[in-house]
Ligand binder design. Sequence first.
Ligand code: ING
Length: 305
Amino acid sequence: SRRLKVAAAQMGPIHLADSKASAVKRMMTMLRQAADAGCRFVVFPELALTTFFPRWWMADQAEIDRFFEAQMPSPETMPLFELAREKKVGFYLGYAELTEDGGRTRRFNTSILVGPDGRIIGKYRKVHLPGHSDHLPQAPFQHLEKRYFEVGDLGFNVWRMFDEDVVMGQCICNDRRWPETFRVMGLQGVEMVALGYNTPTDNIYFHEPPYRRVFHHLLSVQANAYQNGTWIVATAKAGKEDGFGMYGASVIVAPTGEIAAQAMSEADEVIMFDCDLSLGESIRQNVFNFARHRRPEHYRLITER
Ligand code: ING
């Protein structure tokens, strides 16, 4: 049967003072570990090169743009691409994208899928941007994704990867909470979705006990995996970044909704699983058989409202 051994390469904290090169070094260590264990696909976190900078109010655009990549591979990430190509390992990478579009500078919270030959196969720009766009001076920390990034303009797509022609999808962080994200990929026959996240342990809007925030993360990923019959590899950047906590709980979830592997720490940690892609086929054939059971004529409100 068609199998793909994958890894979630969870990262611990990246502090404001840490260089992008030091983050890449850590990712290369984990990619080597995954490759040596027979993994052919590695999923890194959202915004994996820097601290989660939307937590900081910055007024000066030049200061903000230091967190962005104007090209990919960038000088700092080139060694990661080269190692991956040498090991014949594909990977998902989340980063802040700065791009010139017809004389206009645009900024996105972006992820890419890179093939085992080191070529970029697909790009995604985060659609569901949580948080706020104005400075909240009373808040313990900011969540300024709506200020620093534009809403993604590429939609939700799938790409074929590896010899097994795995139908691979991707999204980022808050996207995992929205069923539409996975259903749009499910309707394109997705077999595995890669996603990275940076999720604060504290909510700036209302108090939630930390365990409940992890419950909501797992609930979202497990439900969306089962309801679309897809594998999901969800990778955290975790731990305390300059004192601000983010939870770990990186997971590899099967199309049955069951957790196949889960990280135990809030530090750099590689979790792996040898995924049998036929598991998704049986869920999509026997339960969520869109062709036989789905009734879109009754769902219009979802896109019209
Ligand atoms: N982080 C969080 C996330 O969606 C969040 C923001 C947390 C929103 C909890 C709502 C509830 O996981 C990012 N970066 O989207």
